[in-house]
Write a protein that binds this ligand. Structure first.
Ligand code: AHM
Ligand code: MG
Length: 281
C-alpha cells in the first residue's frame, strides 16, 4: 500500500496549491448527494483521479464527487474511496478543510477497510495514516516534505464536544445528551469541517464528535464509504470508539450504495459509553 500512501502525499501538495490559488466559485454541476459542486471540488477530484490512473495496485476509484465506480488497473487489489475536498464550502471563509481516503480490499463494506488516510489543509499540511494494525501516524509538511511526527493515542475521557446537524432537528434524546455533556464541563468545538473537527478531538486527547440522525436527515449527512468508515478506523486505532445511532461499530457498516450516509459518533471510550447509556443502547 506504500504506493498509495506516496500518491496521497503527492496529491496533498497539488490540492493545497489549488486551494490557495484557484477560483472559489461554483461549477455548473451537482454531486450524487444533490449538492452543488464547487470548482475546487471538481478540480481536487481530477487531481486524485489523474494521480491514481497509473497506480497498478488500485483497481477502482469511488469518489464523493463521482456518480459510480471508476475502474482502473485490472490487476489492482484495492478500491480507493475518497472525499477529495471535505468541507470545501469553508474555503471561502479561510477555515481548514481536508481530503479523506479509505482503502478497501474486496466488497465495499466496513469490515474490508484495510487502511485509511486523511489530509488537513490548514495553516500547515498534515497527513494521518492508520491501518488495521497500526495506530494513526501523524505527519506534517516541514521544509517541503512530509515528516513523521508521532502516533496518535486518545485518552479514556476527553473535554471537547462537537455535534453537527441543525439543532432544531435533533431528537430530544440527543439534545438532552449534548446538554448534559456541556453541563459536565465539556467545551464546544465545531468548525463544520469533519476533518479538522475530528482531527482536533483526536490530537487534544479526546471528546465526542456526533453527526446524529435528525428529522430532516434521518440517515445523517456523512457518507459511509468516504467519510464515516475511514475515520472509524482512525478512532478505533487511536484507542477510541466509533458507532452509529443503533450502537453498531461503524467499521461493520455495509453500504448498499456508494453514496449512502449514516448517523455517526466518534469519541473516546468514556463519551461513547455515556452515549450508549443516553441512547439506551
Ligand atoms: P461536504 O462533504 O459536502 O463538504 O460536507 C461534509 C461536512 C463535514 O465536513 C461536516 O462535518 C458536515 O458536513 C457539516 O454539516 P452541518 O453544517 O450540517 O453540521
Ligand atoms: Mg465530505
Amino acid at each position: 500500500m506504500n504506493d498509495i500512501f506516496e500518491t496521497i502525499k503527492h496529491v496533498a501538495f497539488e490540492i493545497d496549491n489549488a486551494i490557495k490559488t484557484s477560483d472559489l466559485g461554483y461549477s455548473n454541476s451537482e454531486n450524487s448527494s444533490g449538492e452543488d459542486q464547487l470548482k475546487l471540488d471538481v478540480q481536487s477530484d481530477i487531481i486524485i483521479e489523474k494521480a491514481f490512473a497509473n497506480i497498478t495496485s488500485v483497481k477502482a476509484l469511488v469518489s464523493e464527487e463521482k456518480e459510480g465506480v471508476l475502474s482502473l488497473s485490472k490487476s489492482g487489489k484495492y478500491t480507493l474511496c475518497y472525499d477529495p475536498l471535505d468541507g470545501s464550502s469553508l474555503v471561502d471563509v479561510n477555515l481548514s478543510v481536508g481530503s479523506i481516503f479509505g482503502i478497501y480490499e474486496g466488497e465495499l463494506e466496513g469490515k474490508n477497510l484495510v487502511a485509511s488516510a486523511y489530509v488537513v489543509y490548514g495553516p500547515r499540511i498534515e497527513l494521518v495514516i492508520a491501518t488495521r494494525n497500526t495506530k494513526p501516524m501523524l505527519s506534517r509538511v516541514i521544509a517541503g516534505q512530509f515528516k513523521e511526527i508521532g502516533e496518535i493515542s486518545m485518552n479514556e475521557k476527553g473535554k471537547l464536544n462537537a455535534s453537527g446537524g441543525t439543532q432544531q432537528n435533533w431528537s430530544p434524546m440527543h439534545k438532552t445528551f449534548i446538554d448534559n455533556l456541556f453541563a459536565e464541563g465539556y467545551r464546544l468545538r465545531y468548525s463544520g469541517g469533519m476533518v479538522p473537527d475530528l482531527h482536533q478531538i483526536m490530537l487534544k486527547g479526546g471528546g465526542l464528535f456526533s453527526y446524529p440522525a435528525t428529522t430532516d436527515k434521518p440517515q445523517g449527512k456523512l457518507r459511509q464509504l468516504f467519510e464515516v468508515i475511514p475515520f472509524a478506523l482512525m478512532y478505533e486505532q487511536a484507542g477510541g470508539e466509533a458507532i452509529n445511532h443503533e450502537g453498531l461499530r461503524l467499521l461493520e457498516l455495509i453500504p448498499s450504495h456508494p453514496h449512502d450516509t449514516s448517523p455517526c459518533f466518534f469519541g473516546s471510550k468514556h463519551e461513547i459509553t455515556a452515549l450508549r447509556q443516553a441512547y439506551g443502547l
